[in-house]
Design a protein around this ligand. Structure first.
Ligand code: ZN
Length: 245
């Protein structure tokens, strides 16, 4: 058993070493430049990252289907907008996922009353807001899923991407009013493998919460599938009516 455990950790180390070597080589070929000041090194240098205000308190938000919402910051900061846009729109930078997730992780660590899912792991799991197959093919990755993977590692919670699915290719929400957004997402999600979430508390992950229409519709479907409680988790929350994304 001891040998097995040693071997297990050894394999993990090798894996993480391989990951480090890979990212080192990747950085050599494709150096990263700060989205703010163009300094070489990372997508946000420490100085520019510090201009994004990470909220140090939790501002509860309850809606019809959401029990609460965790958001690291608001969608006002110019660099944050640039980060999310580079992440979501062509040419997509999948490598921004760790940075986007780190903002949420910082927020969760800053807040005074640690959320229940810091300690109580049993009933919690993470589900990213899905994309349609067509959109996933176009972008090559689901940005919400990439964020969820990093959060799952940090929170030590499973990430399920086979329960909530998107069927209708709704219009991009960006150009729509709040009312149109609600109509647009209606009926666009469906579920399968519902036994995986029956009685569970689901942390629903997305990049931005704008009008909340997408998250509300997804939460409704997850409740229909038997989830006990839905908590939203996003990088930033836009002020109603002020930001179109
Ligand atoms: Zn910078």
């Amino acid at each position: 058993m001891e040998i097995f455990t040693d071997f297990y950790y050894y394999s993990l180390n090798i894996e993480s070493m391989q990951g480090k070597i890979k990212s080192f080589i990747f950085d050599l070929i494709f150096p990263k430049f700060c989205l703010g000041c163009q300094r070489e090194g990372d997508y946000l240098c420490p100085d520019c990252r510090a201009t994004i205000e990470i909220f140090s308190s939790h501002q509860p938000l309850k809606t019809k289907h959401l029990q609460d919402l965790y958001f690291a910051t608001d969608y006002q900061n110019f660099l944050l907008k640039r980060l999310i846009q580079k992440f979501k729109y062509f040419p997509f930078l999948k490598e921004l996922a760790p940075l986007a997730s780190s903002l949420i992780i910082d927020h969760l660590q800053l807040i005074d009353n640690p959320p229940e899912f810091f300690k109580e792991k049993k009933d919690y799991l993470l589900i990213p807001i899905p994309l349609t197959k067509k959109r996933l093919k176009w972008r090559g990755f689901n940005q919400a899923e990439e964020i969820a993977k990093h959060l799952g590692e940090f929170l030590n919670l499973p990430v399920l991407n086979n329960v909530l699915l998107k069927k209708k290719s709704s219009l991009p929400q960006v150009e729509l009013s709040e009312r149109e957004r609600k109509e647009n997402v209606k009926g666009s999600f469906f579920f399968q493998n519902e036994k995986l979430i029956r009685g569970k508390k689901v942390i629903l992950v997305d990049d931005i919460y704008t009008t909340g229409a997408t998250m509300e519709e997804a939460a409704k479907i997850l409740k229909e599938a038997g989830a006990k409680e839905i908590i939203g988790m996003v990088v930033a929350k836009a002020k109603a009516g002020s930001d179109r994304i």
